[in-house]
Structure formats: C-alpha cells, structure tokens
Write a protein that binds this ligand. Sequence first.
Ligand code: NAD
Length: 311
Amino acid sequence: MKSRYLITGVAGFIGSHVGEELIRRGDEVVGIDNFYSGRRENIEFLQSISNNNFHFLEIDFRDFEKLEKEVFQKYNIDGIFHIGAVASVQKSIEDPRFTNSVNVAGTLNILELARKYKIRRVVFSSSAAIYGDEPTLPKNENSTIAPISPYGYEKLIGEHYMDIYNSLYGVETVSLRYFNVYGERQDPSSEYSGVISIFEDRISKGIAPNIYGDGNQYRDFVYVKDVVKINILAMEKEGIAGEKFVVGTGKTTTINRLFEVVSKKHGKNLSPNYLPPREGDIRESVCDSSKVKKVFGFSQWIEFEEGISRL
Ligand SMILES: NC(=O)c1ccc[n+]([C@@H]2O[C@H](COP(=O)([O-])OP(=O)(O)OC[C@H]3O[C@@H](n4cnc5c(N)ncnc54)[C@H](O)[C@@H]3O)[C@@H](O)[C@H]2O)c1
C-alpha cells in the first residue's frame, strides 16, 4: 500500500535523496523546506521525477501555525522523516539561540503536531555529534554520550524529546545517529564530508589538496543511498518504537585513502600538501553497525570506492 510521508528539509542533501527514493517507488511525498541551506535545484529535480506524487511547500518549521494549517490540516500524513536542521557545529557555536530554535524548538513543533494529528511514526535524523570527542571506539548505541557543541546537545535533546513523545503520547519515534554521510548533491561546505567534495574538486582539476596532519586520521564515510535505505527501514519495521541506531558502515577510511581513491578515479598522480593538524579536529570516528544488521538485516553497505565513483 502506498503511504503519504512528510519530509522536513527536503531541499537539502539527505532530505532530497529520501524524497527521490519515495517518489520513485510511488509513495506520496509532502516536502517542506525554508531554503536555509537547501537548494531550489533539488526541488526542481524532485518535481521532474514526480508523477503528481510530490507536493512542495516553502515553510519554516519554527512556524507552528503555518505548518499546522498548510500541512497537517490539508494532508493525511502517515509518517514523518524529520531531516531538516541547521546541520552546522560552527553555526551552533556562533549563534546557539538560533540553532536551538530550529533544532530543538522546531523539532518540538514537529512532534507536537505528530501527537495532535496521530501520526504513526517520526524518524529523526540525529548525529554522531552527540558522542563528542570521548575516545572509545567504535561507537555503538550504548556508548557514552558527551556532546561538545551546542549542535551536539541540540541533537541529543531532539532524541530525548523523541523518547518522551514515544513513552508519554504513543507517537512512535526512531532516532538515527548518522556518521559522515557523502554522496551526490552534497554541499561542499558540509562539515561532515566536505573534505570529499573538496578533494574531488581539486584533484579533478589537477590541483594537489591539503591534508592536515599525517592523513592517518579516519572517518566512517557512509554513502547517502544507504542512509536512505535505513530511513525507510526505520519507518516501516514493526516493533522498534523508541529505538536508536548508529548509522555508519563500521569501516574506517583514512584521509590518505580518500586521497588515493579520488586520485585513481581521476587518473591523477599528485602529492598532497601535508600541513600541521587543525586544532579541534576529531581524529578518529567509526561506529559498530551490528544493531542495524541485527534489527534490519542490513549489511550491504556500498563500498567507499564504489560510492566515490558515483559522484
Ligand atoms: N550530512 C551528514 O553527514 C550528517 C551527519 C549527521 C547528521 N546529519 C543530520 O542529517 C540531517 C540532514 O543533513 P544534510 O547534510 O542533508 O544537511 P542540509 O543542510 O543539506 O539539509 C538540511 C535542510 O534543512 C532545511 N532547514 C533548515 N532549517 C529549516 C527550517 N527552520 N525550516 C525548514 N527547513 C529547514 C535546510 O534548508 C536544508 O534543506 C540534519 O538533521 C543533520 O543534522 C547529517
């Protein structure tokens, strides 16, 4: 049976990929965005693949009344992918009241309307930022939570609100803690995987990229189409209300390896500029993806080289 889903942040990187998949498989998508960081081209693209099953509304989800009137009173929504946010640690350090208004108060608006309109489930885009720089690796769902930025706290509060709406009001909620997501349509200024876009850009033009430190620092880069699959599984799987999942491949990729893979793709033989390490960079990050495998039966992560070849 086809469903009707609300996607917040549908003009953004991950939101547009979730929208694409749902539209292509024939579900109905109501998408909202205020273009804070989202792009109009992404909406035009989703409209181009839609078969009258995509409705876009320019709405800031901090505006409770407008959201209720234009979305919840008009459309009978089955589930919500709450993906929209100010996804920037830096911005949250500069202006925490603003990022809190979107990432916390805005999230509460979504949950409150989910309660009022008896929406079955909300799938929330959380972040590995809730773990801060606590060094124990790999991170799993029970690892110590110790955010070190307003953004990390805002995501953690979002998760706590998800829990409360689940236990107190019976809105089913699932939180997904993404590691470093990359893929087509990513904004090169992304703090998560911007390094990939920067290397792509420079190496393809034959310019040597900068590597801060020895290049052996690593990340858990996860391809966006896998993140889409986990979102849909998190929406559809029965019996997981209130659960949290780390979303990453469980494999490490060093910056040196990224350099090699992108160089190979473009057939370039450059030497990177090694510069002193940047202060405040988290050196290593990787998750243990066994809960996703156990609960969803999902372990076919796209290999890093394959993901890079699709960019
Ligand atoms: N990209 C990653 O690697 C990563 C990692 C961890 C968590 N996340 C989380 O995943 C989600 C999506 O991230 P992304 O990389 O696609 O970022 P993005 O900036 O591309 O997407 C966020 C979208 O939310 C929209 N938005 C912001 N404020 C809004 C508001 N008040 N009302 C309506 N729309 C609003 C933006 O315009 C944008 O389109 C975010 O919640 C982010 O915190 C992303």
